[in-house]
Structure formats: C-alpha cells, structure tokens
Design a protein around this ligand. Structure first.
Ligand code: ADP
Ligand code: MG
Length: 293
C-alpha cells in the first residue's frame, strides 16, 4: 500500500506542475544519483528556426529550401516544422512529395518531381555515398560549434548544401543544471545531434558529460548500462526518440510539451516542460521520504 504521505506528496507535486503518475517514482527519486537529459526540446526551447542557408557551388538557395520543405512536410520532427516554416517565411513555394520515408535519428527522404531528395545529418547522406566539399564541411563545422543544428540537403546523388538551425536553450536550463550539481547529482546529456553542436550547448550550460550522435536505441542502452553500473537514474526527455530511454530509467521524466509517446513512457510529467520541475521532483521526494521516516 502507498503510505498516506506519498499520496500527499503526489498531490503537492501536481499543484507545482509535477505530475507523478506512479507513486513508486516519488520514493525512487530520493535515491537518484544520475540525471540523464536529452538536448533538443528538453534543455533547449525545442522551437528551432532556420537562421542560415549554405550552398555548394552551382546550387541555388531557394531550390534547396523548396525541396527540403517538400520532404519535411510529411515529417513530425521539430526540425521539419522549422524547415517548412523557414521556406514559407522566405516566400519559397513548396512542391509536393511522394514516397516519403523517415529514418529515426537520421533524416527523411522523398521523391520531389523526378528527383530523390534526402534531408538529414551527414551520416544519413553518407549511407548513399553523398559527401560535402571541404569548404561546405568547414562551414558546417563552424555553425555547429556555435550550437547550431546542421541539416544537409541532397537531390539524387548531389549535395545541394545545408540549413543552419538555431534552437536556444531554455532560460531555466543553466540554473537547473547548476543546482542539480550542487545537490551532488551527476548530469549527462544525450543527443542525436552532432558532437560539435552538443559540446557547444553543454559548455553553455556547464554540463561536462556529453554523448552525441546517439540513436534512440543507444539512448536506451546507455540508461540500461548506467543502471547495471549501480547508478540510480532519472531520465528527462521530450521526444519519441527518448521514449525507450524514459521507460528504461528508474524514473522517466517527460516534458509536458513533448510527444504523447514520451509522456506515456514516463513516470513523471513536467507541465509546461520546465526543466526546473526535475529539481522540484527531487526536492519533493526528499521531503516526502523524510516525512515517512
Ligand atoms: P535529438 O536527440 O537531439 O532530439 P534526434 O534523434 O531526433 O535528435 O535526431 C538526430 C539528428 O537526426 C538530428 O539532429 C538531425 O540531424 C537528424 N534528423 C532526424 N530527423 C530529421 C528530419 N525529419 N529532418 C532532418 N534531420 C533529421
Ligand atoms: Mg528531444
């Protein structure tokens, strides 16, 4: 049976926007020593915007944007919305696409007119033998080192260029990380984004442990491994790609602003998607368990 004070704790959490689905989670949270956080939509606003378009010699900016938007029109990914909106804002007409395919954590492809268009990270395009010029590669590296997410666009076997996408960190992220550290918790960032982008965001937030380029499956494996190593793990995430890791954690914490799949996989949901809720949840758990003893 759930002790009365745990029920009271669950109620108190709800008032503060920390929805505890599983009362057991409130007891486990006290013992958490490692907090794993996803980057996009968890540490960042999750409202990405296209801020720049870079092209290979002989390519055309508008064409690149139009083709990318045509493919992303069928994707649910936050980056997809940014690209569709980016095309609209710049008055670029979007053609229709057929045979849409999505590779989670990699990118998307479709047929636009007679061309096969691929949009995604470099590794995703490299699978088709598509690579950037040295010049474009170094432009991409420099955008990533400023924390931008770079999305490459190719038509048939030719790379057209990339979109530089900005997603600012949430106001509360740095403070939350600092206070988690103060409480003696280890903080680890996991992201499907590139190493350079991840490092830049981590530096801004004072996170010293980062694993980039990880697939949803690898996020899940990583959390499982931490638990095998004896850590008690809370995982905070917002995306479909975080769902397996949320389910594998001792306590899964979903951003209320995130996908339904993430929320369903988690034990705790933070209304408003404010990362400070992680601190509130830990504090609530410590107070509740103190009450019981
Ligand atoms: P995160 O862990 O940061 O939430 P994801 O696992 O969803 O990221 O995606 C990892 C990377 O795969 C993205 O940074 C992007 O480069 C690429 N990607 C995934 N889906 C798409 C898409 N629909 N359009 C373009 N790129 C995508
Ligand atoms: Mg995310």
């Amino acid at each position: 049976a759930t002790p009365m004070s745990v029920m009271v704790g669950v109620g108190r959490g709800a008032k503060e926007g920390v929805l505890v689905k599983d009362a057991q989670a409130l007891e486990t949270l006290e013992k958490v020593d490692t907090v794993v956080v996803d980057k996009t939509g968890t540490l960042t606003e999750g409202k990405p915007r296209v801020v720049d378009v870079a092209i290979e010699d002989g390519s055309d900016e508008e064409e690149l944007l139009g083709l990318a938007a045509a493919v992303e029109g069928s994707s649910e990914h936050p980056l997809a919305r940014a690209i569709v909106d980016g095309a609209k804002e710049r008055g670029v007409a979007t053609k229709s696409a057929e045979h849409f395919q999505s590779t989670t954590g990699g990118g998307v492809s479709a047929e636009v007119a007679t061309r096969t268009v691929r949009v995604g990270k470099l590794a995703f395009l490299a699978e088709q033998g598509i690579a950037p010029s040295d010049q474009l590669k170094s432009a991409a590296d420099s955008a990533q080192s400023e924390g931008r997410t770079v999305v490459f666009v190719a038509a048939d076997d030719r790379l057209l260029g990339f979109l530089s996408i900005a997603d600012p960190v949430k106001n509360s992220s740095a403070e939350t990380i600092r206070r988690l550290h103060e409480r003696g918790l280890r903080v680890v960032m996991l992201t499907g984004d590139s190493e350079a982008t991840a490092e830049s965001v981590a530096r801004e937030l004072g996170i010293d442990e980062v694993h980039a380029g990880v697939s949803p499956k690898e996020k899940h494996e990583f959390v499982k491994q931490l638990r095998k190593d004896g850590r008690v793990v809370a995982m905070a995430g917002d995306g479909i790609n975080d769902a397996p890791a949320l389910a594998a954690a001792d306590v899964g914490i979903a951003m209320g602003t995130g996908s339904d799949v993430a929320i369903e996989s988690a034990d705790v949901t933070l209304l408003g998607g404010d990362l400070q809720g992680v601190l509130k949840a830990v504090a609530l758990s410590r107070a509740t368990m103190r009450n019981i003893r």
